[in-house]
Design a protein around this ligand. Structure first.
Ligand code: MIC
Length: 299
């Protein structure tokens, strides 16, 4: 429920995420791209969220090729962190430039209540990690960005993503993970591993908190989260799942509307007005408004 009517926890979100990681809890983090989706994820009981660059860009009508600015991302994240009281892991693509830009991104994201920043080692223009034709920057360039993030952060968790598996192979991804941990990363995200065996082998080789990406229609098999957790992954993200499902529903309902001139047939499949209002905490806003009115009526 919104910050306007319900006070938030005082503890910084990054410290909460750190506690989850230190307790070796398994975190299933759905990807969100706006506050409403984040509210639903919170209502369902998820303990952390992933602010997906790809889903957020798509929601703005853009492909995931590094067009979002830091301001765009900060703006989107701020709505999410206002709406929910959960740690949000923020996809910051390549960090919006060089090491200095990463330092600024860390400060700005921490200021709007993010729990973690994720930066990746692709060259610009970046691509979805599951597409062909990716290239990575020299490992030292990425290590410098991580060191910059480490110096700039107060509590923010630093997630280092390596896209090296595709262009350079599995061993290179492991070597980069080790270098990024030395540079100060808290969590490693091996992007686009190509089999369940690779996920398992990576967790055996890299002894650090790990994040697995179970994005659909990509290069990685959809391994059940429970198996990934058993192999040692701490965070499993489903970055574009809600967007894909929502857009398929939008496609269907708009096609029916166009065809039939009515959406009546779809009403049983819609979120009701009461459900939407409950999610938004509508009644609490009314109660707040009433109590403010009563306070000003008082003699
Ligand atoms: C994790 C990711 O960076 C994202 O933007 O959410 C994407 C997800 C996707 O495009 O499926 C990725 O590059 O894996």
């Amino acid at each position: 429920m919104s910050w306007l009517v319900k006070p938030k926890t005082n503890e910084p979100a990054a410290l909460r995420l750190r506690r989850h990681l230190e307790a070796e809890e398994a975190l299933l983090a759905p990807g969100v791209f706006n506050a409403l989706v984040a509210l639903e994820a919170e209502r369902q009981g998820f303990k952390a969220l992933y602010f997906s660059g790809g889903a957020y860009a798509a929601s703005l009508g853009l492909p995931d090729v590094g067009l979002l600015t830091l301001e765009d991302v900060v703006h989107g994240v701020r709505w999410v962190t206002r709406a929910v009281d959960l740690p949000v892991i923020v996809d910051a693509d390549t960090g919006f430039g060089g090491a200095l830009n990463v330092a600024r991104a860390v400060r700005e994201l921490e200021a709007v209540g993010a729990a973690a920043i994720q930066i990746e080692d692709q060259v610009m223009p970046k691509r979805c990690g599951h597409l062909a034709g990716k290239a990575v920057v020299a490992a030292e360039v990425m290590a410098e960005k991580i060191a910059a993030a480490r110096r700039a952060r107060e509590h923010l968790v630093i997630v280092a993503r390596t896209d090296a598996r595709g262009p350079e192979g599995f061993e290179a991804a492991v070597a980069r993970a080790e270098l990024y941990l030395k540079a100060g990363a808290d969590v490693v995200f091996p992007e686009a591993l190509e089999s369940a065996a690779e996920f398992r082998a990576f967790a055996r080789r890299v002894r650090a908190p790990l994040l697995a990406n179970m994005t659909e229609f990509g290069r990685s098999p959809l391994v059940p989260a429970a198996r990934l957790f058993a192999w040692g992954y701490r965070i499993v993200i489903f970055p574009v799942t809600a967007l894909r499902a929502a857009m398929k529903a939008v496609e269907g309902v708009l096609a029916a509307l166009r065809r039939e001139g009515s959406a009546a047939r779809w009403v049983p499949r819609m979120q009701t007005r009461a459900e939407l209002y409950a999610l938004l905490g509508y009644a609490a806003y009314e109660a707040l408004d009433r109590s403010l009115g009563e306070a000003s009526d008082a003699p």
